[in-house]
Design a binder for this molecule. Structure first.
Ligand SMILES: [Fe+2]
Ligand SMILES: [Fe+2]
Length: 276
């Protein structure tokens, strides 16, 4: 059977705060019951910074969206929140296109990426959890989110706007691409966060409850006005409490199992194979 897949939805960048934009992307649309956000962010201050770099297969749209906001030669910093491909997918190409940019990473990120990171140490700045990055008109703070899937992970907080970039935390699927979690059904969103938190970080069910809640407290104490992250529509002030609440409950929630071999065989049949 031949299935026609509609063209992929494109959401133009969303303004999160003054000079701060969310670059939208997603995957799964048209081929799965839900799709997954794959965002990045840019802060266009005195020293513009790009926060995460999108997926390689969506490179053309990523650069079109990014360069509609900031000229490549004006980009001063490229912050990679951790070493997974959905955050580093265009880092080498972006560093080539932005000759005045410095990559903000850390030692372990460089080690784990190995030869896949084609950025000289001469163009890097290492920023650990809790450390600050002075951009002239603002000083950003690296702040590890409570949920993450790589030891290199740092989030990024901008005290001048209250925007916090949470990397893989607060992730959720979405039935269709949307800009803001306010457009999701509240129950769907809550279950989505619980599920993705445990998928991203299966160790959540094993953590010391008191110590984990202290990690959430640390992020809550930032007093963010907006949370943005790679795998969620933007989370505005009115929805921050629910996002933090779901994170707190993720240690003990019962969530749907991940797709298994039977699902793969369904996919294989859809693709015209036999399955096994
Ligand atoms: Fe990740
Ligand atoms: Fe991710």
């Amino acid at each position: 059977m031949h299935t026609t897949i509609a063209p992929k939805t494109h959401l133009a960048p969303t303004k999160l705060a003054s000079e701060t934009y969310l670059l939208h992307d997603h995957q799964g649309e048209g081929t799965a019951p839900v799709c997954v956000p794959l965002n990045a962010m840019v802060i266009r201050g005195v020293e513009p910074i790009v926060v995460d770099t999108g997926m390689p297969e969506h490179r053309e749209q990523f650069f079109a969206d990014l360069f509609s906001i900031v000229e490549p030669e004006d980009i001063r910093w490229v912050f990679v929140s951790h070493d997974d491909i959905d955050h580093t997918g265009n880092v080498n190409e972006l560093m080539d296109l932005a000759p005045n940019a410095t990559l903000v990473g850390n030692w372990f990120l460089m080690e784990r990426m190995g030869a896949s990171l084609a950025v000289s140490p001469l163009r890097q700045r290492w920023l650990g959890d809790g450390e600050r990055l002075d951009l002239g008109d603002r000083t950003l703070v690296a702040m590890r989110p409570p949920v993450y899937d790589s030891p290199t992970t740092r989030g990024l907080f901008d005290p001048t706007t209250g925007v916090y970039w949470a990397s893989d935390a607060f992730s959720t699927p979405m039935p269709v691409p949307v800009r803001d979690v306010a457009a999701l059904d509240p129950m769907f969103w809550d279950e989505g966060m619980l599920m993705f938190n445990q998928y991203v970080a299966p160790w959540l069910t094993m953590v010391d409850e008191t110590r984990f809640q202290a990690c959430v407290d640390r992020v809550q104490a930032l007093g963010a006005s907006v949370i943005a992250a790679c795998h969620t529509p933007m989370i505005g002030r009115s929805h921050l409490d629910q996002a933090l609440s779901a994170t707190r409950r993720s240690t003990s929630a019962t969530v749907a199992p991940q797709p298994d071999q039977a699902v793969l065989e369904q996919i294989q049949r859809t693709l015209g194979g036999h399955g096994s």
